[in-house]
Ligand binder design. Structure first.
Ligand SMILES: [Zn+2]
Length: 192
């Protein structure tokens, strides 16, 4: 069956293009360094605010957090669509199968992390949970640029939908999957 990559769209590629063009405004094609007057001419309304907020170009696209609020976060970039993982590690972490989205860590920011604790679940990955309320929030492959976020932690999932199931070879028999989404034995496109 040739069900595969068309099912993993990155949301709104136009957004990153927009960000690139906003960077581009500030780089002189000649490569010359801007003078003060150049900068003044180039300044657009609201630029002061942008400068003071480092690389925050937009309002947060998504917000989320754990049950008690001791872990809260914001996301500025594009989130990957949601993948359901049926592996034994996810099940034991979440109590059932796991539903994860994912985003580049550079687009992810903690608002509060006083409850956050990481558990090294294998030599390849760690999982983030709240030590106050027990919520399982994050999965991270060691050394990778993305952080996976349990979809249920998001305040809003606007624009996100479930696109596939992975680790079907580890799925227990007590529940059925009755949708038509692609199902993979193990990882697919780097999973989670
Ligand atoms: Zn909590």
């Amino acid at each position: 069956m040739a069900k595969s990559k068309k099912n993993t769209p990155a949301l709104g590629a136009d957004y990153s293009n927009k960000m690139r063009s906003r960077y581009a405004e500030k780089v002189k094609p000649s490569g010359k360094i801007y003078t003060k007057s150049d900068r003044r001419e180039n300044r657009v309304k609201g630029d002061m605010k942008e400068d003071s907020k480092e690389n925050k170009f937009e309002e947060a696209r998504y917000q989320g957090g754990c049950l008690c609020g001791a872990v809260k976060f914001e996301i500025y970039g594009l989130m990957r669509q949601i993948i359901n993982c049926h592996c034994g590690q996810c099940r034991r972490t979440h109590g059932h199968y796991a539903a994860y989205s994912s985003v580049e860590k550079s687009k992810f920011k903690f608002i509060r992390d006083t409850g956050l604790k990481w558990f090294r679940s294998s030599d390849k990955a760690k999982r983030g949970f709240c030590q106050e309320c027990g919520a399982s929030l994050f999965y991270e492959r060691i050394g990778e640029k993305n952080i996976s976020i349990a979809a249920g932690m998001l305040d809003s999932t606007a624009g996100l939908k479930t696109i596939s199931h992975i680790f079907m070879n580890d799925k227990p028999d007590y529940y059925l999957i009755e949708d038509e989404l692609p199902k993979y034995k193990q990882y697919h496109d780097n999973g989670l």
